[in-house]
Design a binder for this molecule. Structure first.
Ligand SMILES: [Zn+2]
Length: 66
């Protein structure tokens, strides 16, 4: 049975069944998509992707530890 836990996005405390709450799930997906499809705003994409990756990594570690 799935358990509610806090969204993995830094600073977000919304409870969710997924890694991220709906809002941040979409945000992270959009970041990943834009990372692949457009390299125009490289610095911003890199910054956002780094944040998303860090959140994803910490979420994965937490999941692995529990
Ligand atoms: Zn969130």
């Amino acid at each position: 049975m799935p358990m509610l836990h806090g969204c993995a996005f830094p600073g977000c405390s919304t409870f969710t069944l997924s890694t991220y709450c709906v809002e941040h799930e979409l945000l992270v997906r959009a970041v990943k998509e834009s990372e692949r499809t457009q390299a125009t705003d490289v610095s911003l994409a890199a910054d956002t992707a780094l944040t998303a990756d860090a959140a994803l990594t910490s979420a994965t570690s937490e999941a692995a530890a529990s």
